[in-house]
Ligand binder design. Structure first.
Ligand code: G1P
Length: 301
């Protein structure tokens, strides 16, 4: 594995085939990744984070009904011409982050919902013998240094596969991939095992995998042979776990930053409030509103 150690991570897979049933009826016609925190879709936060980490190629694993994602990352000549004509240069600037260099983005269909491991495997022909990132856009992470960039830096030291990790209350173990941990060096932890969505009793720790991964290509070979695991789905967690005994092993990075679970309504609302408060043009008005309604919140308790 030492050969791979210094290979740069330039590709990222975005599994975006999920139905987003937790946000129905909105997600009946809008992909959940297009839902906005303030005015930017969830997917935009993930793409910005990927770009900051040096990712140059973006692979979306999609499904039926996700066409809005393709349009979002397309150029919009009419819209751009009209903004230019009316001198709206700031808005034009805002649109720049939605533009992709031709050929930098690819869409692959996951024809059947068979799990995260299967979604990643669907993109196998676009990955050569190189490490790659996987980013779950539901997990939005606010951080001074973007989470994937922290991981790329850690990966340069570790090689092998690397997952983002965060401590969660043990009662939440059944919602996550949970790590069996070995030695740690600061925020970097050696992984001895991984189990997808264990019961509270079976959870080996309270350290959970969060939706950012750097994956060594041998995991794709494991996925070739992978049988279904937790929930009857092909789990990425299981395929990465098969690498713990490899030379480079598997590591977890306890990243710096605040993670929002935008796959849940409560997490999505928390992210909306936090990102709104972080915006210069909204801060004063929005903070004043929150102060105004706080007695109401206390009264309701
Ligand atoms: C996925 C992974 C799980 C991980 C989680 C993080 O689960 O399978 O290991 O802990 O993302 O958000 P999902 O939330 O898609 O069910």
């Amino acid at each position: 594995m030492a050969v791979l150690k210094n290979k740069k991570v330039t590709k990222a897979i975005f599994p975006v085939a999920g139905l987003g049933t937790r946000f129905l009826p909105a997600t009946k016609s809008v992909p959940k990744e297009i839902m906005t925190l303030v005015d930017r879709p969830l997917i935009q936060y993930a793409i910005d984070e990927a770009r900051a980490a040096g990712i140059k190629e973006f692979i979306f694993v999609t499904s039926r009904g996700k066409g809005a994602l393709e349009d979002y990352f397309d150029h919009a000549p009419q819209l751009e011409a009209s903004l230019r004509k009316s001198g709206k240069t700031e808005l034009l600037e805002t649109l720049k982050s939605t533009n992709m260099e031709s050929g930098a983005i690819a869409y692959i269909r996951q024809h059947r919902a068979m799990g995260l491991g299967h979604a990643v495997w669907c993109a196998r022909r676009l990955i050569a013998n190189e490490p790659f990132a996987v980013m779950l856009p539901d997990d939005v992470i606010a951080a001074d240094k973007p989470c994937l960039q922290q991981m790329v830096e850690a990966y340069e030291e570790t090689g092998g596969s690397l997952v983002a990790a965060m401590e969660v209350p043990k009662s939440q173990a059944p919602n996550y991939g949970i790590l069996d941990v070995g030695d740690s060096d600061g925020q970097l932890v050696k992984v001895k095992g991984m189990v997808e969505k264990p019961s509270v009793e079976d959870a080996p720790s309270n350290l959970a995998v969060i939706g950012r991964y750097i994956i060594t290509p041998s995991v794709l070979q494991t996925l070739n042979r992978q049988k279904s695991g937790s929930g009857g789905e092909i789990q990425l967690t299981d395929a990465i776990a098969a690498e713990v005994e490899s030379e480079a092993g598997v590591h977890a990075l306890k990243f710096n930053g605040q993670r929002f679970d935008c796959g849940s309504k409560a997490g999505f609302l928390q992210a909306t409030v936090s990102f709104a408060l972080a915006r210069d043009e909204l801060q004063d008005e929005f903070a004043a509103y929150l102060r105004d309604i706080s007695p109401m919140i206390r009264a309701a308790e």
